[in-house]
Design a protein around this ligand. Structure first.
Ligand code: ADP
Ligand code: MG
Length: 341
């Protein structure tokens, strides 16, 4: 489905109005683009260009669909144990970054867990379609699949720009890392083209370029709210942060889950238990680069608070907010400096 809404939200000056567009056709999620332009038509051109750039990444990182003339992550998966697949450098870059994230987090985020994640995906989709018969994946199937998740078996040939999965039963799943990386690369691309102000959100992966313009033409920070994971609460946002020139990436239990026996099972799987991690309702990372932050949210989601806190504190220019499963909020030491009262 492709839906696009254009609305002029405010008038900053004669030549620069703020506009917003929303797309539902990318990365199986909602993408929002907010920017400034002299007219609706001018903004539509920008928003369509942003969409088409994101679509290139979406096609390359897709694990479910083939596209004519493109070798993507699905092509790599389909050729596991068979042959190396020549791919676009943007796939190589994502895989190299993801390998590094896996190493830095002791495997808490592991794109080579596709075999395990595919089982959860099948049971979750079936359970959403037919809630009365929803069931959990059998643990013996998960354990068997987990024997095929060694990321060292993702063989990258830099010279040939090719990828080979040496374990025939291994599958890649880049769901934890692709959206933030695509958002970052897209933001950088348009910044390079001279776009000075842009707020991009790809399914909770927010990246802000430059500043926002007020009605009086003054520059003010882009302020972004962190969603309250408690969807029943009247307070829709927990707090707001200054996001100018930065990224805010959130992973939460509230978007993708299904219910079995009255209990909710979400989509972030702890590689140690092979079950959804239950420490938090959501975690958010604030740092300059959404390609860096994405995936690390998934990783700290799988870590007890003290381990996650130590991990975040050791990273330069990176802050985090955790909403624990009892609703308590924890923040890294420098987080409050970005909170907008
Ligand atoms: P969202 O996609 O909702 O923003 P995440 O960025 O945390 O949330 O990514 C979750 C997705 O990542 C899951 O749908 C699944 O495809 C994949 N995934 C789940 N657990 C892991 C894990 N431990 N390591 C790597 N990928 C994971
Ligand atoms: Mg993510």
């Amino acid at each position: 489905m492709c839906l696009m809404m254009i609305l002029s939200v405010s008038c900053a000056q004669k030549t620069a109005h703020r506009y917003q567009a929303e797309f539902l056709s990318l990365f199986d999620t909602v993408t929002t683009v907010i920017g400034y332009a002299g007219s609706n038509a001018e903004f539509t051109t920008l928003a369509e260009a942003v969409k088409s750039k994101l679509q290139e990444y979406n096609r390359l990182y897709d694990i479910y669909n083939n596209y004519d003339g493109i070798n993507n992550i699905k092509t790599i998966n389909d050729n596991a144990g068979i042959r190396a697949v020549k791919v676009d450098p943007r796939i190589i870059e994502l895989l190299l970054l993801s390998k590094k994230k896996c190493e830095l987090t002791d495997g808490a985020v592991n794109i080579a867990m596709g075999s395990v994640l595919a089982i959860w995906h099948t049971y979750r989709e079936a359970g959403i379609d037919d809630p009365e018969h929803a069931s959990l994946p059998p643990m013996d199937r998960l354990i068997e699949a987990s024997k095929h998740t060694d990321i060292d078996n993702v063989i990258i040939d830099l010279e040939r720009s090719a990828v080979f999965l040496s374990d025939p039963k291994m599958r890649l799943d880049v769901g934890a890392v692709a959206k933030g990386y695509a958002a970052e690369q897209t933001a950088l691309y348009f910044e390079g083209k001279g776009v000075r102000r842009l707020l991009l959100s790809v399914g909770g992966n927010v990246r802000a370029v430059g500043h926002k313009l007020e009605q009086n033409n003054h520059e003010v920070p882009w302020v972004v709210g962190i969603q309250n994971p408690d969807k029943l609460s009247r307070q829709t946002e927990l707090l707001s942060v200054n996001c100018s020139g930065r990224a805010l990436v959130t992973s939460g239990v509230y978007e993708r889950y299904y219910t079995v026996g009255g209990k909710q099972y979400h989509h972030i799987i702890n590689p140690q238990t092979l079950m959804p991690a239950d420490y938090y309702k959501s975690v958010s990372i604030l740092c300059p680069d959404s390609g860096f932050a994405d995936g690390f949210t998934t990783a700290i989601f799988n870590m007890p608070l003290e381990k996650g806190r130590a991990f975040i504190e050791a990273l330069k220019d990176t802050e985090a907010l955790w909403v624990l499963s009892d609703g308590t909020i924890a923040k890294s030491s420098g987080f409050d400096a970005y909170v907008v009262k």
